[in-house]
Design a binder for this molecule. Sequence first.
Ligand SMILES: [Zn+2]
Ligand SMILES: [Zn+2]
Length: 258
Amino acid sequence: MISGRISFTSLGSGSKGNATLVRAGKTLILIDCGFTLKEVTRRLQQQAVDPRDLTAVLVTHEHGDHIGGVGALCRRYNLPLFTTPGTRLSGRLGQLPDWRKIDPEHPFAVGDLEVWPVTVPHDAREPVQFILGNGVSRLGVLTDLGCITPHVIRHYRRCQGLILEANHDPDLLAQGPYPPSLKRRVAGDYGHLSNQQAADLLLQLDQKQLQHLVASHLSEQNNCPDLARQTLATSLNCTPDWVALAEQESGLGWRQLD
Ligand SMILES: [Zn+2]
Ligand SMILES: [Zn+2]
């Protein structure tokens, strides 16, 4: 099922909203939509994408920064939506024109792409993250998890592209403005990956295959982009500027896997 290389972009990433676009041939998948319908339409247009060209929407979990505009977008453009039953049961999607069930760990096809939903430790009802492949290359999307499990390492071992959470620096989080309960949640095993946890994961993957690494879901208050890139670069033995950054406002330019 090879009909076009995989390319991808971020429409924005961080606690104020996340959305990732993945394309292969005529297949165009949106993963998560934490922006309002109006805002995501604007961001799609910035990437020269017409929302009518979307093949489907996939959602990782029901937190507002991932699900905010999903229901409205799917209703407006009559799009199929893939989620786990747990994510749907959160009741945050409203009426849907075409809901399709995700069985974690059971791959499924969306047009030219095969999608593997991988269970991750995060404080939502039934969260998954995704690996998308076209038979030649694989793109891993891995944000919103509190720790690295053997299961995660096994699945993400051989990706040519990786969009990886580097949420916080533990010292900045500890000194930062969050209330203690939120600090504990973010740093906990069901919260978010620190820069160092993300870097440790990279050491356990097959780095020779990696063509693109994108640091994402950075905290604006508890991290700084240079620090995140530097920490990840140490694991890859590359310069920090090789590590791309999915920004909250401007997202990321299109990238392509060979
Ligand atoms: Zn999130
Ligand atoms: Zn989350």
